[in-house]
Ligand binder design. Structure first.
Ligand SMILES: C[S@@+](CC[C@H](N)C(=O)[O-])C[C@H]1O[C@@H](n2cnc3c(N)ncnc32)[C@H](O)[C@@H]1O
Length: 261
C-alpha cells in the first residue's frame, strides 16, 4: 500500500467484500432524481455518468433519457464495469466504458450532460478531469456534480474536535476531502460559463451513517494513523448513542451545476 496514492489505488483494486458492500450501498432510489434536478436531463439526452461504480445510478438516469437517449457509465475500476455490463446487458440505452485515467472516450461536444456523483474527491488531477468534462460537453450542455464536503459533517455524540481527529486520520483515502466547497470554482476554471450551487440535506438517525464511519475506521486501520483502541472506543460511543436513539449523522450534498455556452 502506498499511502500517497491510496486515494486512487483503492478504487482501481477493490476486494470482493467491498464490491459487495458498494453494490448494496449504491442502489438507485427514485428519490435520487432530486439530486440531478439541476441538470435538467431530458428524454433523448446523451449522458455520461462519470465514476459510475456498479452502474445503478446510471440505470436511474437511463430511465430519464428513455429509449431515444443513452447513458454512458465510465469508471476506472474494471470489475465495476464488467459487472455493470452484465447486469444491464438487456438495456439498450446503457453503455459502460473502462478508463485508465482522466481521458474520456468521447468526441468534443459529444454529450448533453456529464453527471458525477461522489467521485471528484478521489481524482488525482481535478483540473485535468474537469477539462475533459468540459471538452466532451456540447455547447448549451451541462455538467452536474453531486458531492460531499467532510468539513460539514455532524456526528452526534462526537465533538467537533473528535470529528476532525477521526477524519484527519482517514484523510489519505481522499485526494480532496473538501471537494464540495471547491468544485464550483474548479468548474469555472475549466471554462464553464456559469455555475450554480445548491445543498441537499442528508440527515440520518437510523444508523446508515454508522456504515460510513465503519468504512473510515477500516481506512484508519490500513493507514495506522490512530490507535486501534481509540477507534473502537469512538465507534462504541456512536453505537451506544444509536441504541439510546440519540444518534445523528448529517452530511449535506453539494449539488453543483455548470453551464457550457
Ligand atoms: C463513491 S463511488 C460512487 C459511485 C456512483 N457514482 C454512485 O454514487 O453510486 C466512487 C466511484 O468513482 C470511481 N472513480 C474513482 N476515481 C475515478 C477516476 N479517476 N475516474 C473515473 N472513476 C473514478 C470509483 O471506482 C467508484 O466507482
Amino acid at each position: 500500500m502506498n499511502i500517497d496514492t491510496f486515494f486512487t489505488d483503492h478504487w482501481k483494486e477493490i476486494e470482493p467484500e467491498r464490491i459487495a458492500r458498494y453494490e448494496e450501498m449504491f442502489v438507485w432510489h427514485d428519490a435520487q432524481r432530486l439530486l440531478v434536478e439541476g441538470a435538467e436531463i431530458a428524454e433523448g439526452h446523451e449522458v455520461v455518468d462519470l465514476g459510475t461504480g456498479p452502474g445503478f445510478f446510471a440505470s436511474g438516469l437511463a430511465q430519464i433519457v428513455g429509449s431515444s437517449g443513452r447513458v454512458h457509465g465510465v469508471d476506472i475500476n474494471a470489475t465495476f464495469i464488467e459487472s455493470a455490463r452484465a447486469r444491464f446487458a438487456g438495456q439498450d440505452n446503457m453503455t459502460f466504458h473502462h478508463v485508465e485515467d482522466h481521458k474520456l472516450p468521447f468526441a468534443k461536444g459529444e454529450v448533453d450532460r456529464v453527471i458525477c456523483k461522489n467521485v471528484l474527491e478521489y481524482v488525482p488531477d481535478l483540473a485535468a478531469t474537469l477539462a475533459e468534462v468540459h471538452r466532451v460537453t456540447a455547447p448549451g450542455g451541462r455538467a452536474h456534480v453531486i458531492d460531499s464536503d467532510w468539513g460539514f459533517l455532524v456526528v452526534e455524540p462526537w465533538s467537533t474536535e473528535t470529528i476532525t481527529e477521526f477524519f484527519q486520520a482517514a484523510s489519505p483515502a481522499f485526494r480532496e476531502p473538501y471537494i464540495g466547497r471547491r468544485v464550483a470554482g474548479a468548474l469555472k476554471n475549466a471554462g464553464f460559463a456559469r455555475v450554480q450551487v445548491k445543498l441537499s440535506p442528508f440527515v440520518d438517525q437510523s444508523g446508515r451513517g454508522l456504515n460510513v464511519l465503519r468504512n473510515m475506521a477500516s481506512y484508519i486501520e490500513t493507514f495506522d494513523t490512530m490507535p486501534k483502541a481509540r477507534v473502537e472506543a469512538l465507534l462504541a460511543e456512536v453505537e451506544q448513542s444509536l441504541a439510546e436513539d440519540k444518534f445523528l449523522f448529517v452530511l449535506p450534498q453539494f449539488l453543483v451545476t455548470a453551464f457550457k455556452e
